[in-house]
Design a protein around this ligand. Structure first.
Ligand SMILES: Cc1cc2nc3c(=O)[nH]c(=O)nc-3n(C[C@H](O)[C@H](O)[C@H](O)COP(=O)(O)O)c2cc1C
Length: 187
């Protein structure tokens, strides 16, 4: 394999999941698009969102609660809009039908096939960004997105971000079983 040195800043894990992070700011639901989001612990379930300094952060900081909403491809344009427009200047609260579960300040998007309400557990300040780590205290999935009661990737129909290409992709075909495909090499 021929190796070419590339700019360190161009090396992303591919792909990145597209999500909408929600919080209540000045009494109003606000959502931003976020791709730098990942699950970090199994038990309790904890998620991490790496955020720059945005309007949404104010709600997370004030209430210690936020939501992570996984949009499907049908919500691509609205999701992108939430990533290019700030709640500082535009009201994004009416873009989606919103509901609340156990956490009064974690606005959940009714049309998203998978949504999580998170309680802020930890905050890590990095140069330029803050890592918000939240415990998932409640999660909902659309009935059509479940197989045997659990979220099913193909039914969720999420989209992912490729950087530095800055393009969204739909998920492709399954190519192997995890915690299983490697067994053939164990001798
Ligand atoms: C595709 C895409 C992915 C983004 N991912 C992130 C991210 O992971 N973290 C972040 O802080 N901002 C991210 N942004 C930028 C914010 O969504 C954007 O600045 C937004 O307008 C902030 O909204 P707010 O000011 O209403 O909170 C992303 C934007 C786009 C278009």
């Amino acid at each position: 394999m021929n190796r070419i040195r590339i700019a360190p800043g161009d090396a992303y894990p591919v792909p990145l999941p597209m999500t909408l992070i929600g919080a209540v700011v000045e009494g109003r639901a606000n959502f931003l698009a976020a791709a730098w989001v990942t699950r970090v612990t199994l038990k309790p379930p904890m998620m991490l969102a790496a955020l720059g300094s945005h309007h949404t952060n104010r709600g997370i900081e004030e209430h210690g609660e936020f939501s992570i909403n996984v949009p499907d491809v049908a919500l691509l344009a609205k999701t992108d809009y939430c990533g290019i427009v700030s709640g500082r200047t535009k009201d994004k609260s009416r873009l989606f039908e919103v509901f609340f579960g156990a956490l009064a300040h974690a606005p959940l998007i009714a049309d998203c096939p998978l949504v999580m309400a998170c309680r802020l557990a930890e905050k890590v300040a990095l140069p330029g960004d803050t890592l918000y780590i939240g415990e998932v205290v409640e999660a909902f999935a659309a009935e059509h997105a479940l197989t045997e009661g659990r979220p099913d990737l193909r039914k969720i129909d999420p989209f992912v971000l490729s950087m530095p290409e800055n393009r969204y992709f739909r998920i492709g075909e399954p190519v192997g079983r995890a915690w299983s495909a490697g067994k053939a090499l164990s001798g």
